[in-house]
Design a protein around this ligand. Structure first.
Ligand code: GRF
Length: 211
């Protein structure tokens, strides 16, 4: 029997990448199972996504706590309680507390809708990314999945998919839609890569275990 990695997801918005990951798990394309979804927004669409897939979801935000350390500890406790081994950020619009990163070394991933290191960093999110790609006159763009570290969009790259065309008539919206379709296939592939790499490194799957 194949062991399934317990996957946590953090998202702030509609959750289409979260859904792509959960669907890929259900289809057996990724050897993982959704264990917990966390959002900083109570009204985020990702809560509905979680419900549809039978995954518990929580609203946990910095402003519910008097200090940042308490927020980080609440996140860590929530993920550990549900045995989460890998955390995928899927449109999470807040900085991840460093304490969470230390609790999950090399086990927090993010997806970015461009070819990092270009078009990343603070303020580079959503349509701004695609507007910048168009303004630069690039003829192709892509998707990056990377490890999360303490700086925005700076961690080592796990998987990158280039070759998404930028068409002369593109608007940021039309380009975002084309890139998003690629995100939905790349993120599950990257998560499966992470799982296979950990397996070949002999990781035991203990939550928070470094490998
Ligand atoms: C995606 O474009 C992702 O790359 C970025 O935020 C967006 C989230 O979209 N980090 P969704 O909520 O997954 O639909």
């Amino acid at each position: 029997m194949i062991e399934r990695v317990r996957l946590g997801i953090m998202a702030s918005g509609r959750g289409s990448n979260a859904e792509a990951l959960l669907l890929a798990c259900e289809a057996g394309l990724v050897d993982a199972e959704g264990a917990l979804v966390v959002s900083n927004r109570p009204d985020a669409g990702v809560h509905e996504v979680a419900k549809r897939h039978g995954v518990p979801s929580l609203h946990l935000a910095r402003n519910q706590f008097t200090e940042g350390g308490e927020f980080a500890d609440a996140l860590i406790a929530a993920f550990r309680e549900r045995g989460v081994e890998l955390i995928a950020l899927a449109g999470y619009m807040r900085k991840v507390p460093p304490r969470l990163l230390r609790a999950y070394p090399r086990a927090v991933l993010n997806i970015h809708p461009a070819l990092l290191p270009r078009y990343g960093g603070k303020g580079m999110y959503g349509l701004r990314v695609h507007a910048a790609v168009i303004a630069a006159g690039d003829t192709e763009t892509g998707v990056t999945v990377h490890y999360v570290d303490e700086e925005y969009d700076r961690g080592p790259i796990l998987l990158q998919a280039a070759g998404v065309p930028v068409l002369p008539e593109d608007t940021p919206e039309s380009l975002a839609a084309r890139v998003l379709r690629v995100e939905h296939t790349i993120y599950p592939r990257a998560v499966q890569m992470w799982i296979e790499q950990r397996r070949s490194a002999g990781g035991s799957g203990e939550p928070g275990e470094a490998w």
